[in-house]
Design a protein. Structure first.
Length: 201
């Protein structure tokens, strides 16, 4: 068990990472009300004073973990998607890498779903629109590059990005609720339907 002085002076980053892993797992599976600070501390192998040192309350911890899940997903996507290339190729990679990440990081997928689509009554509120902006920036960037290169019509970036986000999140629901990751055929359908709607003909 790690105590406060040791955590701060010797293993701060590792301690926070263990707390985050435990908290995300419990919040994602049990919700805000079904998860206790005691359980999180036990799983993270820290004392409650250490836990409260890093996160002053359960509410602060929940909001921080929601923000972290979005940041991790967006960070992965921003690195995984090619910075240039044909629009359809980048679009396909964007969709594929969304689900590669969410299938691999099941707890993060569940946490994103809970925060966006199934918030519990009485759970701390998060600014979902603000959390989504880096994600939207990635989508807008791919579409904007397609417009610049003459492959995509001069559509509303905001509307097109929201449409693409919705198509992806519909399958996120299926992944979390039913345990069904989209098939290669379903991914190709997302790409084809979206691209056929926005691309120059």
């Amino acid at each position: 068990m790690i105590h406060a002085a040791q955590a701060v002076n010797e293993t701060g980053q590792e301690t926070r990472a263990r707390i985050a892993q435990a908290a995300i797992s419990l919040f994602a599976r049990n919700g805000f009300h079904g998860s206790s600070m005691r359980e999180i501390a036990e799983i993270a192998k820290v004392t409650k004073p250490v836990l409260y040192y890093y996160f002053g309350s359960k509410e602060q911890l929940y909001v921080a973990m929601a923000e972290e899940c979005y940041a991790r997903c967006n960070g992965y996507l921003s690195q995984a998607i090619p910075k240039s290339g044909p629009f359809r190729k980048r679009l396909r990679m964007l969709v594929v890498e969304h689900f590669n990440y969410l299938v691999r990081e099941e707890d993060i997928a569940r946490m994103l779903y809970v925060v966006a689509f199934a918030p519990q009554k009485g759970a701390p509120g998060v600014n979902l629109w603000e959390l989504e902006q880096p994600h939207m920036d990635i989508l807008r960037g791919v579409i904007q590059d397609g417009i610049r290169d003459g492959e995509v019509r001069d559509v509303s970036l905001e509307d097109a990005a929201l449409l693409l986000l919705g198509m992806i999140y519909i399958h996120l629901m299926g992944l979390v609720i039913l345990g069904d990751a989209p098939t290669a055929q379903e991914i190709e359908q997302i790409v084809s339907i979206f691209a056929d709607g926005v691309c120059v003909r």
